[in-house]
Structure formats: C-alpha cells, structure tokens
Write a protein that binds this ligand. Structure first.
Ligand SMILES: [Cu+2]
Length: 137
C-alpha cells in the first residue's frame, strides 16, 4: 500500500481556504455549476475528536470523481482536512483512529459548499488506501 506523505499543514490551510473561501483563493475556475451539487461516499480515518464548530478532521481516501468549483472532474487526492458537519449528522462517540464512511454533499452554489451529510463507523480493521486522485476525464 502506498502511503503518500500528507503534508498536513500545507494541505490543511489550502483546503480550508478552498472550503471556506472558494471564490477568492484561486481554487475555482469561475464556472457555473448547476445548483444540484454532487454527492460522494468517502472513507476516512478520524484524526481528532469531532468538533461541531471546526468540523470533522479526517484523513480521507482519494475522491477520483470530485468535481471542482469549475465544474471539471479534477479529483481530490488523499489528505488530512476538516469537513463541516451537517446539523443532523451525529458524531457522538467518534474518536481519533476510528475509520468511517462519510457521505459528502458538495454544492458550490451553497453558502456551505461542502458538508458531511452522512456518517457511519466502519470496522476498526478496515484498511484505507491513501493515494493521489486519478480523475477520469
Ligand atoms: Cu480533501
């Protein structure tokens, strides 16, 4: 298994910017995505005790079909980053080291572009693969 070196600090700050300030960080291509948005199912390892205000900080597997704000399938490689947690999603009892499957809803037109809309714990011995994204054109 390839364990790509995740440069947490750099990636975290970049992704925070991409997530919170998508319009001004250069993450966007300025295209117009239909309002429907996209849903992804992503496996990840919990890195910190969940916090509703700062989100769920995880290291996630690659998302090959990730559609960027520009509307292009650019993929998202494995990285450590926080995801905002939708109010209806319970994070009770989650601990660092837990392996989870997240449903992500992404709507670049929304105030909160990226949210965890579903969450379930996977068996503790679930093996995750951290690698670069392979976006399909
Ligand atoms: Cu990410």
């Amino acid at each position: 298994m390839k364990t790509s070196a995740v440069s947490t600090g750099h990636v975290l700050s970049l992704l925070l910017l991409c997530t919170l300030l998508p319009g001004i960080t250069g993450c966007s291509g300025g295209g117009h995505e239909p309002a429907k948005g996209h849903d992804y199912t992503v496996r990840a390892r919990v890195e910190e005790v969940p916090n509703r205000s700062s989100g769920l900080y995880v290291t996630h597997e690659a998302i090959d079909d990730w559609v960027s704000r520009s509307g292009k399938v650019e993929g998202m490689s494995s990285m450590s980053m926080p995801f905002p947690i939708a109010p209806e999603v319970s994070v009770e009892g989650l601990q660092p080291g837990d392996v989870v499957e997240m449903k992500l809803h992404v709507d670049w037109e929304a105030d909160l572009a990226v949210q965890i809309t579903g969450l379930r714990k996977l068996p503790a011995d679930t093996r995750l693969e951290f690698r670069d994204a392979k976006p399909q054109p």
